[in-house]
Design a protein around this ligand. Structure first.
Ligand code: URP
Ligand code: ZN
Ligand code: ZN
Length: 484
């Protein structure tokens, strides 16, 4: 089965050109001028449109059990929402309960993700430290094709890990050729500030933001960067939301450290005033960690994307219904943390980034797809419009418009934090491995169409006979840490 997209401009992260795109089965066969369609070839006339690599959202929580609730969008509806907005792959966080086997958690996530309509991968969370965790990390990398490990420096008493655990896990990542990721907030300080706010009678959603100021994020980001450096491993900082954290990352990069930063579309566009809204539901629906910030932080994040010191725009899609949010009606600490965005990330970023001149079209592709494909070691299979790449593509009409409304969304929740935002520039078709998954409002992708994407370790650092107790094993990575 072949498909030809013709008359378009192809945008990659490093160049653009007028070209047709011929797809053979699941992959791109040719990108070139005036391609003759083979017999029986389906044709999409895309005059006036751009063809770009499908978006990759490296930060989702679909059907995640979290804070006494389960996030409302599962792998079926999360990925369908993604496809309708031009995103063709999500990377979700497989999160073992502290003490639970990573292997068991992986099986849970594989079961939940059988419903996925788009391609997907996993990061694995390290939520405690033990010999079992140490040993299972190798299986996760070598057998399951997961090359990223997430660490929560917040959520004290639940998912949080301490510096000792961070050091052990980061060093293990260095040894395995894996990339550690951090949710960087100082969870001890957040817990103290939460208690102090409640003592002063502040129990509403505004207390959530007061308890998590930029300082707790900046401190944790700096700490994670230093620990990563001492263990000789690169670092990926998820949901970078503030100037302090961005500056820590930019400083580290200027010093030659391999540190990546990921702002969310929410932090780029929504601000802290949302938590002061007179309607409790409105404010609570926007409770997420880190919280939204004020304009100076948003400006810093945009500058980071423009200058390259921040590399990826994600969503952290973790949606809860209003009813679920009301679990924290008397105490902001109990409001399930998380917001949506999968459906809207690409149109919003195009509107606020490309249409304003902040980002070029190529930079848009870089921060929505190509950069994360490179960081996750799946480029150019994903993240490129090039012969041999998976035909995960979005046909983009820069003249198409819509106003975001929960009434029209695929996400299963009853509101949209971007309600009323006007978007100029939208997908008119999304292709997932050569198949039209969504076109002009018609969702064609089906539950189960998605495939699990394995990601190989980075320049594998095999250390012969490494054992739990062997603190002196040599390894082939820069900077000198002691490897457990
Ligand atoms: O508030 C958020 N971000 N919820 C999802 C879990 C996390 O911290 O990423
Ligand atoms: Zn987080
Ligand atoms: Zn998250």
């Amino acid at each position: 089965m072949s498909l030809l997209i013709r008359g378009c401009t192809v945008i990659n992260h490093d160049h653009s050109r007028q070209a047709d795109v011929l797809i053979d089965g699941e992959t791109i066969a040719t990108v070139g001028a005036s391609i003759d369609p083979p017999a029986g070839c389906e044709i999409i006339d895309a005059g006036g449109c751009y063809v770009m690599p499908g978006g990759i959202d490296p930060h989702t929580h679909l059907e995640l059990p979290f804070m006494g609730s389960v996030s409302a969008d599962d792998f079926e509806w999360g990925t369908k929402a993604a496809l309708s907005g031009g995103t063709t792959m999500v990377v979700d966080f497989c999160i073992p309960d502290p003490g639970q086997s990573m292997l068991a958690a992986y099986q849970d996530w594989r079961r939940k993700s059988e419903k996925a309509a788009s391609d997907y991968g996993f990061h694995m969370a390290v939520t405690s430290w033990s010999k079992q965790v140490h040993d299972e990390m190798e299986i996760v990398v070598r057998t399951y094709g997961i090359n990223t490990f997430k660490h929560f420096m917040a959520y004290k008493g639940a998912l949080m890990v301490n510096d000792d655990e961070l050091y052990n896990s980061f060093a293990r990542c260095a040894h395995l050729g894996a990339l550690p990721m951090v949710h960087a907030e100082n969870g001890d300080v957040v817990a103290r500030m939460q208690e102090a706010l409640l003592v002063r009678g502040i129990s509403g959603p505004e207390g959530h933001a007061f308890s998590r100021p930029p300082e707790v994020e900046g401190e944790a980001t700096n700490r994670a960067i230093m620990i990563a450096d001492m263990t000789g491993v690169p670092l990926y900082v998820v949901h970078t939301s503030c100037r302090e954290s961005h500056e820590a990352i930019a400083r580290a990069r200027a010093a030659g450290k391999r540190v990546h930063g990921e702002p969310l579309i929410q932090h780029l566009l929504l601000d802290v005033r949302e938590y002061a809204h007179h309607d409790w539901d409105h404010a609570a629906r926007r409770v997420m960690s880190p919280p939204f910030r004020d304009k100076q932080h948003q400006d810093s994040l945009w500058a980071g994307l423009q200058s390259g010191s921040l590399q990826v725009v994600a969503t952290d899609h973790c949606s809860f219904t209003t009813a679920q949010k009301r679990g924290g009606i008397d105490d902001f600490r109990k409001i399930p943390n998380g917001t949506g965005g999968l459906e809207d990330r690409m149109p919003l970023l195009w509107t606020a980034g490309v249409n304003t001149g902040r980002l070029t079209k190529e930079e848009f592709v870089a921060v929505t797809s190509a950069n994360i494909a490179r960081i996750l070691n799946i480029f150019p299979r994903k993240g490129a419009v090039a012969p041999g790449s998976d035909a995960d593509l979005v046909v983009w009409d820069p003249a198409a418009r819509k106003v975001i409304s929960a009434k029209n969304q695929l996400s299963r929740i009853d509101y949209n934090v971007f309600e009323g935002f006007a978007c100029a520039g939208l997908p008119i078709a999304t292709l997932s491995r050569g198949k039209i998954a969504w076109r002009d409002g018609d969702l064609r992708a089906e539950k189960g169409d998605g495939r699990y994407v394995e990601r190989p370790a980075f320049s594998p650092v095999h250390v012969a006979n490494s054992t739990w107790k062997d603190l002196t094993a040599p390894r082939a990575v820069p900077r000198g840490a002691i490897v457990p």
